[in-house]
Design a protein around this ligand. Structure first.
Ligand code: WT7
Length: 663
């Protein structure tokens, strides 16, 4: 019984008791108030119809949800709209053409300001260019670009023409790009000559050359933006963006598409090696991202300055840089570079420069800021900030509190937003004007969204219980299928609780005694030690609550006696880090003993790591996710597996060669 075991283990794991009400005055001006929960529950269809009517429909819809072909949903199916018109034209038509859409900040310090009127011209020109290349509604386009305005323009121009974009993160290899191009049969690739990374111009077009080489490539053209001036070889397929796009007319009359017309494919990793092409469609997706961007961030068009630090290569960038904010007429910051280029205060400098009021980032970034020290943000005003967001992984209470105190200065609500590439938009999150937040909890499903925590048998657990997170009712931005593999779509998400018809999210979660939801990480990362279920996240959280730990990653390693044993990898800071660097073995061993005891004290003796290894870096993907699979290989003394998706592929060598372990 999953929930009994898990509940037993979790009883003493969560000792977090703090709770923070919305700041005074926030509730009064909030976009969404508490009544929305009840209203949405009373009539879900009416609630979502109301949200859909935030958008401009060329043909209004008559039916909200068609679930007759479950698990394939149709939302607003007989309505027609154009996503790019909703994100751009309608704001210009309403007289907001001079409002800034994008404050773009390049890594080397160059910048561009783009108004909605200018964005409309750029998107129209790009749409005319894509048409000149012979592309037709339904064709697929791969976008492999750094965080430059042309990336956003390209996505919107695709949407305008009914082309389905597949954005591939600019940090992925040529092989990854090739397999994604092949799977989607993309006819066009949009790329740049190069990209700036930590002050250096790195080639990008070269990877495309490799990815489209050979006679069997479906790619007919490669459109190249000049960003760095780095050398790029040009062949028959290649065209410069500035030569093709800039000479186009800025007039473009849009067509309108069915609500269920495919908008984009985004590849995400699953449990097997082959990435899954998650398919999203137009009307439901745009409805949910616009609604959630408004409700969760309390966004006020024409007043707020919004900044989401994600890359458009990930779903966060699709939903909360491109489609949600632009549908809501946001003025937003888009930043090309890394947080420490050219110095560790770059984000805070940008916040002050543009008076950013809503800031949305990932826990891994927050923990990096913690490592750099609170003195850095302390040098900046940060007084424009009013809402802080977190996304991508469970946020440990220490990072949450650090974020609240050092960035929000105790004044800004934090919205910890749970969702996935597959859900398309935010699902579980506090509402900043309504919810009393708890450090580390995503709290409860948004109005209109339904989720449950169930045991192995699919039965809901009660307050205090833990199990699997499921989504028990369809939602507008849900994935429609896996591109080219509907069977995998059914298997991955709908077979685990087929009887109940629930979507299986793959995350463990628990309710606390008040019914708030705490995400516990992927269920494949939940360990089972002597019959006790312990989340890797829990142990990591305990470790990083110790003053000498900067970051921690925990894996369950196969253990003859206990089933799994807990193995922790830690990056030390302060004195402990210095001792480890100097090779002071006695001091290092003492620190490790102390850390094991600390975890035992924080969580309970069952959670005491079997082994703690001190490392200089953790293996992370380019989106910042720790690759526990590789750490498990080290912990289980196996040869290390495929490292190609690591941001820095040398990290595993460093770890394997420089281990200090004990316990
Ligand atoms: C997985 C989805 C959501 C956009 C970025 C990641 C984890 C995401 C949270 C959160 C705890 C979270 C889950 C989820 N996750 N947000 N607020 N608290 N866990 O999208 O790459 O599709 O990953 O990220 O494990 O299943 P993704």
């Amino acid at each position: 019984m999953v929930h009994n075991q898990q509940a037993a283990a979790l009883d003493n794991l969560f000792t977090e008791q703090r709770s923070f009400p919305p700041p005074p005055g926030f509730a009064e001006q909030a976009n969404v108030t508490a009544e929305a929960y009840q209203r949405a529950d009373d009539d879900r269809d009416a609630f979502w119809a109301e949200q859909a009517n935030r958008l401009d429909w060329q043909t209004p819809f008559s039916q909200v949800l068609d679930w007759s072909d479950a698990p394939h949903a149709k939302w607003f199916a007989d309505g027609k709209l154009n996503a790019s018109v909703n994100c751009v034209d309608r704001h210009v038509d309403a007289g907001h053409g001079d409002q800034v859409a994008i404050h773009w900040e390049g890594e080397p310090g160059d910048s561009r300001t783009i108004t909605y009127a200018e964005l409309k011209d750029e998107v129209s020109k790009a749409a005319n260019a894509f048409t000149e290349l012979g592309l037709k509604a339904g064709d697929r386009v791969a976008i492999y670009l750094p965080m430059i305005p042309e990336a956003i323009v390209s996505m919107l121009a695709c949407a305008r023409l009914g082309l389905t974009h597949s954005v591939v993160f600019g940090g992925f290899s040529s092989e990854a790009l090739r397999s994604r191009i092949a799977d989607a049969e993309a006819k066009l690739v949009i790329t740049a000559d190069g990209q700036f990374r930590r002050g250096k111009a790195m080639p990008l077009k070269r990877a495309v050359d490799e990815a489209v080489a050979g006679d069997d490539s479906p790619v007919e053209n490669v459109l190249v933006v000049r960003r760095t001036g780095i050398d790029a070889d040009f062949g028959d397929k290649d065209i410069w963006w500035h030569e093709l796009v800039q000479r186009q007319s800025a007039e473009h009359t849009p067509e309108f598409f069915d609500a269920e017309h495919p908008l984009f494919i985004l590849y995400t990793s699953g449990t097997t090696g082959k990435p899954k092409g998650i398919l999203h469609t137009t009307g439901g997706y745009l409805t949910q991202v616009a609604y959630t961007h408004d409700a969760v961030f309390d966004h006020k068009a024409g007043q707020d300055v919004y900044w989401c630090t994600a890359d458009i290569g990930w779903v966060t960038g699709h939903s909360y840089i491109v489609y949600g904010p632009l549908a809501n007429r946001a003025t937003q910051v888009v930043y090309e570079g890394t947080p420490n280029s050219p110095h560790e205060g770059r984000h805070w400098e940008i916040v002050d420069k543009y008076k950013v009021s809503i800031y949305y980032t990932a826990p891994t970034t927050i923990r990096t800021f913690m490592k750099w020290g609170k003195d850095i943000p302390a040098r900046y005003q940060l007084d424009s900030l009013r809402v802080l967001g977190s996304v991508g992984e469970p946020i440990n209470p220490e990072a949450w509190m650090w974020y609240r105190e050092n960035i929000g200065r105790g004044r800004c609500p934090i919205v910890d937003t749970w969702w996935q590439t597959e859900t398309g938009g935010i699902m579980i999150s506090p509402l900043p004007g309504v919810t009393d937040t708890k450090p580390g909890s995503a709290m409860r499903p948004l109005p209109g969204i339904s989720a449950a925590i169930v045991g192995d048998d699919g039965q809901p657990v009660g307050n205090g219980g833990g199990g699997y997170l499921v989504l028990d009712k369809p939602w507008p931005a849900m994935l429609r299928t896996i591109w080219g593999d509907d069977e995998r779509f059914r298997d991955t998400y709908w077979s685990r609780f087929a009887e109940q018809g629930y979507y299986f999210a793959g995350d463990g979660a628990k309710y606390d005694d008040d019914g708030a939801i705490w995400l516990l990480g992927r269920v494949d990362d939940v360990m089972n030690v002597s019959g006790h279920r312990i989340s890797t996240t829990e142990v990591e959280s305990a470790l990083v609550s110790h003053p000498s730990v900067a970051e921690a990653a925990v894996v369950g390693a196969t253990d003859e006696t206990t089933g799994q044993g807990i193995v922790a990898f830690v990056i030390l800071r302060g004195e402990a880090a210095a001792a480890a660097k100097e090779g002071d073995d006695d001091a290092a061993a003492a620190h490790i003993t102390e850390l094991r005891n600390h975890v035992a004290k924080e969580i309970g003796p069952i959670a005491k790591p079997r082994q703690i290894m001190v490392v200089a870096e953790l293996p992370k993907t380019r989106s910042g996710k720790i690759m526990r699979r590789l750490l498990r290989d080290v912990a289980e003394q196996r040869p290390v597996g495929d490292v190609t998706t690591l941001a820095d592929s040398t990290v595993m060598d460093q770890i394997s060669s420089g281990l200090t372990s004990g316990g």
